[in-house]
Every structure is written in structure tokens, then in C-alpha cells.
Design a binder for this molecule. Structure first.
Ligand code: ADP
Length: 229
């Protein structure tokens, strides 16, 4: 059974814009999937629907065994809290909380969280646990947001331009960390302008004008260190 299956998904916004015009894709568990396409193609809309942040106009969105397109608001809240991790370009961490407090925030929304200290160690920032975000570099702040996202052991990790604000060396480190999450059976979906990602992704999905233009499985993705960034 596939982890994610979208069938004939249409998203029409209230202002009449149709952002997705019948999207069907399958992404298997543990894949590292790269979504690419020109600005306005519908990539963010797709991520928002997968993340339960918005509702499809029609079609089905199967995540594991659930069709989240049929979820009511309470079910969607639960889905976002338990099953999805989000990584954004600008980290979205709380400036008035320490690194460890930021990561522990997740305990307010889910009771299945991992141990904060372990998670901070796994993303390489345990030494910064008691610092505030402003004392950290951009790359370190992104590690905090990754730590927070993986605390709940999400089924799906959705990443919207996660390296958009980082220099190229730091970007590679962050991508490595995200790639490692998919090796641990979390399905990682990433939207980015960095086309080199295609080399390390298991799957490359091209979106154009609200439709899937191509969906290619990459049998032999390169290792991150083999890519010239
Ligand atoms: P991408 O992420 O590929 O740049 P988006 O999903 O952001 O594309 O946008 C797809 C289309 O939907 C665009 O025409 C955009 O203007 C429109 N759109 C996005 N969000 C909204 C919204 N909240 N309300 C109305 N139109 C929107």
C-alpha cells in the first residue's frame, strides 16, 4: 500500500482561481520526493492539502489508511498534530523560548513525542539546547525546526523551501539531515528551487499549471556527497 495517494485532486480557491486541476500521484513510504515546477504551478497548494492545512475541492487524499480529504476540522487538527511535520524557509520557531523549549512545545499537541535531548542530539545541536534562536546561525535554527518536526515521529515531513535562506554549504547539511529522515521511514516531500535535489530524490514530480507534468521514480539516487552543489 502506498503511503500517499492523491486521486483527481482539484483545488479551487474562493476567488475563483483553480490551483490544482485533477492531480493524481502516489508516493511510497520512506521516499524522498521532490516537487518542482514554475512559480504559481500549485506546489504550495499541494503541500497545504497534504499537510491538512487546507481542504481539497474534490478528489481523495489517502495518507496511510485515511482519506484526509473527507476529514472534518477536528480530524484535520489531530492529523496535523500527530502525523505531519512541517519545515519552512524561515524556521517558524519561537524567539522567546530556548531551543529545547521550542522542541518540547510539540508535547502540547501530541502525547507520542520522542525525548527532546535525544532528538537535539540526532540533529547535531544538543550543545545549543539552552540558547535562544537569535544566538544561533540560520542553519542551526533550521535544525531546531527539523528537531521539532521529527519529535512526533511524523508519517510525512513536508518541506517548503527549507534551504531558501541558507548558504550552499549549510543547505547541503540540511538536505543531508532531511534525506536521513526518509532513510528512517518517514516520507519526505520537498519543494525547492534547488534543482540539484533531483539527483538525490527517489521521485521527481513536475507540476505545471495545476497538473502533474511528469512523475519519475529514480531507482539509483546519488548520495549527497556525490553531488557537486
Ligand atoms: P506555487 O507554490 O507553485 O508557486 P501556489 O500553490 O502558491 O503555486 O499557487 C497556485 C495558484 O493558486 C496561483 O495562481 C496562486 O495565485 C493561487 N493561489 C495560491 N494561494 C491562494 C489563495 N489562498 N487564494 C487564492 N489564490 C491562491
Amino acid at each position: 500500500m502506498s503511503m500517499i495517494e492523491m486521486k483527481d485532486v482539484v483545488k479551487k480557491y474562493d476567488n475563483g482561481t483553480t490551483a490544482l486541476r485533477g492531480v493524481s500521484i502516489r508516493i511510497e513510504p520512506g521516499e524522498f520526493a521532490y516537487i518542482v515546477g514554475p512559480s504559481g504551478a500549485g506546489k504550495s497548494t499541494l503541500l497545504n492539502l497534504l499537510g491538512g492545512m487546507d481542504k481539497a475541492t474534490s478528489g481523495s487524499i489517502i495518507i496511510g489508511e485515511d482519506n484526509i480529504a473527507k476529514f472534518n476540522d477536528n480530524e484535520l487538527t489531530r492529523y496535523r498534530a500527530h502525523d505531519v511535520g512541517f519545515i519552512f524557509q524561515f524556521y517558524n520557531i519561537m524567539p522567546t523560548l530556548t531551543v529545547e523549549e521550542n522542541v518540547n512545545l510539540i508535547k502540547d499537541v501530541t502525547n507520542t513525542s520522542k525525548d527532546a535531548k535525544e532528538v537535539l542530539k540526532s540533529v547535531g545541536i544538543s550543545r545549543h539546547a539552552d540558547k535562544f534562536p537569535q544566538e544561533l546561525s540560520g542553519g542551526e535554527q533550521q535544525r531546531v525546526s527539523i528537531a521539532r518536526a521529527i519529535m512526533k515521529n511524523p508519517k510525512v515531513l513536508l518541506c517548503d523551501e527549507p534551504t531558501g535562506a541558507l548558504d550552499s554549504k549549510t543547505s547541503v547539511e540540511i538536505l543531508k539531515l532531511l534525506r536521513e529522515q526518509s532513510d528512517q521511514d518517514t516520507t519526505v516531500i520537498i519543494v525547492t528551487h534547488n534543482a540539484l535535489i533531483a539527483n538525490i530524490a527517489n521521485r521527481v514530480i513536475k507540476i505545471k499549471n495545476g497538473k502533474v507534468e511528469s512523475n519519475e521514480f529514480n531507482k539509483h539516487p546519488m548520495k549527497i556527497d556525490e553531488v557537486k552543489w
